[in-house]
Design a protein around this ligand. Sequence first.
Ligand code: FE2
Ligand code: FE2
Length: 283
Amino acid sequence: MTRVGLISDIHVDLNRIKGEDLVTDLLARESARRNLDILLIAGDISSDYRLTLLTLARLEEGSGARVLFVPGNHDIWNEFHPEAKAWDAYNALLEHLGNLARGPVALCDGWAAAGDLGWYDFSYGDGSFSFEDFERMKYGERTWQDKVKSIWDRGTLDMHRLFVQRLEAGLPAEGRRILFATHVVQIPEFTVAPPGPMWKYFNAFLGSPEYGEIAQRYGAEIAVCGHVHYRRRVLKGRTLFVCPCLGYVAEWPAPPDPEKEIAETLQVFELGPKGAVPMPWVT
Ligand SMILES: [Fe+2]
Ligand SMILES: [Fe+2]
């Protein structure tokens, strides 16, 4: 049996009070307390790839668990490296051996973890908007920050297509039990619903149902994503879709209780030869 903990969107640069990181040490401690063999983070660790790498190292050291991750859109932002393109940060993160974008990782008992960042294809946006509307990534006064901080070498739909191709090329052959991970939202159930006027637009940048279709087509038993700052699970066919986002301290009930938020968000499963057994949220 391998005990794996799933969490996403820990945003260690933003989840601070008076400059103090609220998350890293507590998450490491909670991972140790829950006896995790593997901690899998579905992206948005920070908005600076260098801090993301430092955080991964601290989590490994403090938890005793092997840390796997997929990058989130924040992890590849150039906010702190204005000269950098998205690929610069994406490629720097590939040097970490726990990055699933390098290729699938074999776990115990025939299990494998596979995943990547993923991108979006606007299909979760409302049909009343045009392709050009979505390409602007601006609604009223609000600009979707990937427009200015994620500078790829190709258009949005081409990025999505590239991630679909990479994921499919990397998925293990038949006979493996699969833990599938993207940062972006894989199923419409995890988009913002009911969307107000603003989210009818901004849902467009959450992901694509194609990622969920890949998870189901390859028989993934667990499919984890982040990005939307929800904490939910949905079972579809044999695939349990999990969205375990810690989110921003500003989104937690006041006064903030990081220990409780982390304990409630971290979703733990025991992976064995017969499948995945969910462990209680808080033990
Ligand atoms: Fe996030
Ligand atoms: Fe995100």
